[in-house]
Design a protein around this ligand. Structure first.
Ligand SMILES: [Zn+2]
Length: 187
């Protein structure tokens, strides 16, 4: 039976509905992008060995994106929506020399989702004055739909209005009650 995406909902919900029309779409896009990022990290390694040491910054960014796409989405079963995500997550972490990273990451990341900004939240900041857990884009939407693919999150983020003024951003993070994820850590 062919599924029909809903007409309403947020950008992320519509994108996710479209993406899941084929069970192969999210895994295929994820593996393709992860492979490209992995190749990029390899190129950075070659350049680093050739003396271009500043490329380590780019390599770190590529690694971060790779971990989000493979390990984070795998932890949420957002790649295939099956147990196969556990294998993808662990193999993906092993390929970047973090073989024992994925399982504890999943455990503590899911606790973070279930108890955000509570004392048992692994990302609960000890000083309660600085927001943590900001490594994932479209963070608020991700907490609403943790099982959505990074593809849907990226599409939704691209469609949302954004304010890149750094001063206004800091002001809103500190003062706006809508930013409960952050304001809860200020009490
Ligand atoms: Zn998450």
């Amino acid at each position: 039976m062919r599924m029909t995406p809903p007409a309403g909902g947020s950008c992320e919900e519509r994108a996710e509905a479209l993406l899941r029309l084929s069970p192969l779409a999210a895994p295929a896009i994820t593996l393709l992008v992860a492979g490209t990022l992995y190749a990029g990290i390899g190129v950075c390694l070659r350049l680093f060995q050739s003396g271009y040491q500043s490329v380590a910054i780019l390599s770190g960014l590529l690694l971060h994106a790779y971990v989000i796409v493979v390990v984070h989405d795998g932890a949420h079963r957002a790649i295939t929506r099956t147990r196969a995500d556990s294998l993808l997550m662990n193999v993906g972490a092993g390929l970047v020399l973090l073989p024992f990273y994925a399982e504890p990451f999943r455990r503590y990341h899911l606790i973070h989702h279930g108890h955000t900004n509570e004392p048992v939240d692994p990302l609960w900041p000890p000083l309660k004055s600085f927001p943590l857990g900001m490594g994932i884009g479209n963070h608020e939407a991700h907490h609403q739909h943790p099982g959505f693919s990074w593809v849907s999150m990226a599409f939704g983020l691209a469609r949302r209005p954004k304010d890149t003024d750094p001063l206004r951003t800091v002001w809103w993070m500190l003062r706006c009650p809508d930013y409960r994820h952050y304001s809860a850590s200020c009490d």
